[in-house]
Ligand binder design. Structure first.
Ligand code: SF4
Length: 267
């Protein structure tokens, strides 16, 4: 066989394992949509597919209805991934079902692996002594499995939500692994006034726990009320250094997803 023929064979056989997007791609997309309104930018993502195969990750929390309404108005078939940890408030599950009905969402519930759950959290109390481990089983791993088919995820994160989220870009590289997926934050530059106005304009239902003093809502064992004037996310994992559930933080060299304290997060 000539050296030319073997070079051709190698080129055909090569599997592209490189990252999907680079930092330069994120910069380019941020520039491309600079000055565009949120719906225009979402049309680029959902209809023109500038970020490939995408899904929304939603907690059906206090402000989730805004992003979900926007998504449904652009393309209601967009997959909405919900991490069904088994530890949500019943109010959150009812709210999820209400929004599915009202907005016609395509929600996919991601559940923890039953065998892993039985092995590592038989009592169901891991959250009380190892919340990182509990989030890993119930959120990080199920999401990682679903992400295999995706090039990007859309989140509802906003820059004003906490000190760790200030200056959030619309497009960024997801550093939780080396796949180079995009993380898209359409509401990065929204503030609480714009969110409230959108709720009113579209007559969106509020999460029932907001009125009870929960401005940021996650799993019930790890969410507490927040006093007026406190950081809205301070009620999450109160008493722990943990600020995020680990699905938007870089993996550690040993392959785990342990959270660096205070690291920029998720939902
Ligand atoms: S937020 Fe709490 S209950 Fe939910 S997965 Fe994380 S540690 Fe477990």
């Amino acid at each position: 066989m000539s050296s030319g023929a073997s070079a051709t064979a190698r080129a055909v056989d090569r599997i592209d394992t490189g990252p999907r997007f680079s930092e330069a791609d994120a910069v380019r997309l941020n520039r491309l949509y600079r000055g565009s309104d949120t719906r225009e930018m979402l049309a680029g993502v959902l209809k023109d597919r500038v970020a490939g195969d995408v899904a929304v990750v939603s907690s059906f929390g206090a402000e989730s209805a805004v992003l979900l309404h926007l998504i449904a108005s652009v393309d209601p078939t967009t997959p909405v991934l919900f991490l069904e940890t088994g530890k949500h408030f019943p109010e959150t599950l009812a709210y999820r079902d209400l929004l599915i009905e009202r907005l016609g969402l395509n929600v996919i519930n991601l559940t923890p692996d039953a065998e892993l759950l039985a092995k590592r959290d038989e009592s169901g109390l891991r959250w009380s002594y190892d919340p990182d481990g509990c989030c890993d089983i119930c959120k990080v791993q199920p999401l990682a499995k679903a992400m295999v088919a995706l090039d990007a995820t859309i989140t509802g994160r906003k820059g004003f939500q906490s000190a760790t989220r200030a200056g959030l870009p619309r497009f960024e590289i997801d550093k939780t692994d080396s796949q180079g997926r995009l993380k898209i934050n359409p509401l990065a530059d929204w503030n609480s006034e714009i969110v409230a106005a959108y709720f009113a304009e579209h007559d969106l239902p509020a999460h029932p726990l907001v009125a009870e003093g929960y401005p940021s809502i996650g799993c019930s064992p790890c969410t507490s009320k927040v006093a007026p004037g406190e950081d809205p996310r301070s009620g999450r994992w109160r008493g722990w250094e943990k600020t995020e559930c680990g699905i938007h933080v870089p993996g550690q060299p040993d392959g785990t997803s342990e959270l660096p304290p205070g690291f920029d997060p998720v939902f």
